[in-house]
Design a protein around this ligand. Structure first.
Ligand SMILES: O=C(O)[C@H](CS(=O)(=O)O)OP(=O)(O)O
Ligand SMILES: [Mg+2]
Length: 228
């Protein structure tokens, strides 16, 4: 199984059997918790304007996301997984717009299967890929933060599972996440808009029986839940 790692919003990718886009802090941890809270699907928006356009086209949907990590005026939700714990999203459609993960996912659609995950669903996603891929198939893992270590650590963790069947890197990966540059602001008391609880959720591997796959129906990329 050929597993290659990339970093950034738009690395030069070949066509592959599988692309996995990683965003630990916080886009795809947020998405994971949204599915746990019952969301139906998550449309991917590359810009704030396109998110508002989707809201016009689909008035029932809810807008979620951030600019520079902060809530966007006119959105229903920000990009905080903690904020979702009290929200019932049963049957809802979200539109998600974020700085790194969503952009990288929109640039990684040229593959037979496209998955997204944070650390919370990384092992489940890697084990699913082992089930669906043969030994000669190509897998590309994209760490979406252009310079951060959190997504790269998670990508290396998944690569280890894919190549060695298991990984003893979970604790080391969690340590790299919590000490990453992107995590610092969540522990800065001068920045109350960032909650340390978000990082705690980003660090906890969950054992939920589904993966998050990007479907490209009618040219509108969306994350859907695939039950295992
Ligand atoms: O919302 C987030 O945590 C980040 C914003 S920043 O890179 O930390 O400023 O966006 P994401 O697309 O989830 O990495
Ligand atoms: Mg991130």
């Amino acid at each position: 199984m050929a597993v290659k790692l990339y970093q950034g919003h738009s690395p030069h990718l070949s066509h592959a059997e599988v692309n996995v886009v990683i965003d630990v802090i916080r886009a795809f941890t947020f998405a994971h918790y949204a599915f746990i809270q019952g969301v139906q699907e998550i449309l991917l928006a590359g810009t704030t304007d396109s998110a508002f356009q989707m809201k016009e086209d689909y008035p029932e949907c809810m807008l979620a996301g951030e600019t520079n990590g902060l809530y966007i005026d006119g959105f229903d939700l920000d990009n905080s997984p903690v904020s979702l714990l009290q929200v019932d999203l049963q049957g809802k459609t979200l539109v998600q717009k974020t700085t790194n993960g969503v952009k990288a996912a929109l640039n990684a659609l040229d593959a037979k299967h496209v998955f997204v995950t944070g650390f919370t669903n990384a092992r489940t996603t890697a084990e699913h890929i082992l089930q669906i891929c043969g030994p000669d198939q190509s897998i590309q893992i994209i760490a979406s933060h252009p310079t951060g270590d959190e997504d790269l650590a998670c990508a290396e963790y998944m690569k280890d599972i894919l190549e060695n069947g298991d990984s003893g890197l979970a604790a080391q990966t969690a340590s790299r996440i919590i000490t990453s540059e992107a995590a610092h602001k969540f522990y800065d008391l001068k920045r109350p808009e960032f909650r340390s609880g978000d990082i705690e959720l980003c660090l906890e591997e969950l054992h939920t029986p589904f993966v998050m796959k990007v479907s490209q129906n009618n040219n509108l990329p969306r994350i859907v839940r695939v039950d295992l």
